[in-house]
Write a protein of this length. Structure first.
Length: 151
């Protein structure tokens, strides 16, 4: 009986959004990329309201996105791996992540989830479930621990 091995990792995508989890997710992806000899792709998505054209110049959001990407790139540089970053503008974050993963033939998406509650229950938001359902590749999700006062 032969063992079927999965395709090796060539590209890993890490969406960042400015949260405290960003650097931790980039480091996790960088360690994984280094072991696999893969390229790291870091993306930040600017969500554009439907009342505006998709290609509108949003200076403040672009500046913030570039700052977040700079921090993420510095974290990746510690591991001496090939990496790129991309600032995207889209109507929604989930579809933008999935489209980028598809376009770049990504083998793995690594994303962090902040611990949030909605109506007293843990809440994943809209982006993570969308990516989990629609991504063309594996998805690793790491949730931060709940605050100490969480029952």
């Amino acid at each position: 009986m032969s063992i079927v091995r999965p395709n090796p990792l060539q590209r890993i995508l890490v969406p960042v959004n400015g949260s405290e989890l960003d650097e931790e997710m980039v480091r996790l992806a960088a360690v994984t990329a280094k072991r696999a000899g893969a390229q790291l792709v870091i993306v930040y998505v600017i969500v554009v309201k439907r009342t505006l054209p998709l290609d509108v110049e949003l200076e403040e959001e672009v500046r913030r996105g570039e700052e977040v990407l700079d921090r993420a790139e510095r974290a990746a540089e510690e591991y001496n791996i090939e990496h790129t970053s991309e600032l995207l503008q889209a109507r929604a974050t989930g579809p933008a992540i999935v489209d980028e993963a598809t376009e770049r033939s990504v083998d793995l998406i690594i994303m962090g989830v902040t611990y949030r509650k909605r109506f007293g229950e843990f809440y994943l938001g809209q982006t993570t479930p969308y990516v989990l359902k629609n991504a063309p590749c594996r998805v690793w999700v790491a949730r931060e621990p709940p605050p100490p006062d969480t029952p």
